[in-house]
Ligand binder design. Structure first.
Ligand code: NAG
Ligand code: NAG
Ligand code: NAG
Ligand code: NAG
Length: 262
C-alpha cells in the first residue's frame, strides 16, 4: 500500500514544512500590522487618542478607520439621518412596530426598578423619536431625545460627543447607537457627566454581528464598556432582540462618598 505515498512526502516534506511556516509567519505579521495600522491611523488623523491601549479594550473595541476629520464623520452620519426616504419610513411604516417593541424594553426595565414614571429620561441618537414616544407611552412623561437632526417635539438637536445638557440632569439614559460613536470614550464620558448619581444607563449593542456602514466602531465584548464607564458599576448584561442589536448592558452611576457631608 505504501508504494507511492511515502516517496512523494519524502521529497516534498522539507518544502511543505517551510511553505507552511512562512505562510503562518506572514499571516501573523499581517494581523499585527493591520491591527497596529487600524489604531494608529485613527488617532493620527483625528488627533484623539483612546484612553486605553493595554489589555482587552484595544482588541475588543475597534474604531473604524477612514474618516479624514471629525467633520467628515458628521457629514457621513448626517447623510443617513437626513435621507428623506429613510425619515419617511421611520415615521410611517416603522413607527408603530418600533414604538411597541421599545415600550416592551422600557416596561421590562421598570419591572426591574431601573426606570420609573418619575424618571427624567434621555434617549441618545433618537432619530425621529420612537424611543421617546415609547417612554412617554408607558408613563415616563419627562423624556426627550437628542440627535444630530432634531425632530420636534420628541427630539432636540445634540451631538452625543458633547451633550447639550448640564451635569447630573438625568435619572435614565438609553441608547442603541453606541456603534455610531467615533469617540466611544466621549460618548460614555458625556453619559456619566449628565447622569445623576445613582442614575441608570442602558445600552443596546451588537456583540455577535457587525452593524451597518454608518457604524464608526465595532465592539466584540462588554469588557471595553466596563472600562469606559469609569464612574459606574455594571448592573446587568442580558440578551435581547433589538433590531439587529443583541445585548442589553445596564450601568448605574456610583454615588459619591457621604464623607464630604460630615
Ligand atoms: C486594563 O489594564 C489596566 C492597567 O493594567 C487595569 O487597571 C485595568 O483594570 C484593565 N482593564 C481590564 C478591563 O482588564
Ligand atoms: C452623501 O450622500 C451623497 C448622495 O448619496 C453622496 O454623493 C455623498 O458622497 C455622501 N457624502 C458623505 C460624506 O458620505
Ligand atoms: C405609570 O404611568 C402609566 C401610564 O400613564 C400608568 O398606567 C401607571 O399606573 C403608572 N405607574 C405608577 C407606578 O404610577
Ligand atoms: C461637569 O462635569 C465635568 C466632568 O465630570 C467636570 O469636569 C465639570 O467641572 C463639571 N461642571 C460643572 C459646572 O460642575
Amino acid at each position: 500500500m505504501n508504494t507511492f505515498i511515502p516517496k512523494l512526502p519524502l521529497i516534498l516534506r522539507p518544502f511543505l514544512l517551510s511553505l507552511f511556516l512562512s505562510i503562518s509567519a506572514l499571516i501573523f505579521i499581517a494581523s499585527l500590522t493591520s491591527r497596529h495600522h487600524r489604531i494608529n491611523t485613527t488617532s493620527e488623523q483625528l488627533t484623539e487618542t483612546p484612553p486605553f491601549s493595554v489589555n482587552n479594550s484595544a482588541r475588543d473595541l475597534r474604531i473604524r478607520p477612514g474618516y479624514s476629520s471629525y467633520n467628515a464623520y458628521i457629514q457621513h452620519q448626517l447623510n443617513k439621518s437626513l435621507n428623506p426616504k429613510l425619515r419617511n419610513i421611520w415615521k410611517t411604516r416603522d413607527w408603530d412596530r418600533k414604538v411597541r417593541v421599545f415600550a416592551q424594553f422600557f416596561d421590562s426595565l421598570k419591572q426591574r426598578n431601573l426606570l420609573s414614571n418619575a424618571s427624567k429620561a434621555l434617549s441618545i441618537g433618537a432619530r425621529v423619536g420612537q424611543e421617546v414616544e415609547a417612554l412617554r407611552r408607558i408613563g415616563v412623561s419627562d423624556s426627550i431625545g437628542i440627535d444630530l437632526v432634531p425632530c420636534p417635539p420628541l427630539v432636540v438637536k445634540g451631538d452625543f460627543h458633547a451633550q447639550p445638557f448640564e451635569n447630573e440632569t438625568y435619572d435614565f439614559e438609553f441608547s442603541n447607537v453606541f456603534d455610531h460613536a467615533l469617540y466611544p470614550w466621549k460618548f460614555v464620558g458625556e453619559i456619566e457627566r449628565t447622569l445623576k448619581e445613582g442614575g441608570v444607563c442602558v445600552l443596546h449593542v451588537a456583540l455577535s454581528r457587525r452593524a451597518d456602514k454608518y457604524s464608526a466602531n465595532d465592539l466584540y465584548s462588554v469588557g471595553p464598556l466596563v472600562e469606559l464607564f469609569k464612574e459606574s458599576e455594571l448592573i446587568e448584561v442580558k440578551k435581547v432582540d433589538g433590531f439587529g442589536l443583541d445585548t442589553e448592558v445596564v450601568f448605574r452611576k456610583k454615588r459619591k462618598s457621604n464623607l464630604r457631608l460630615d
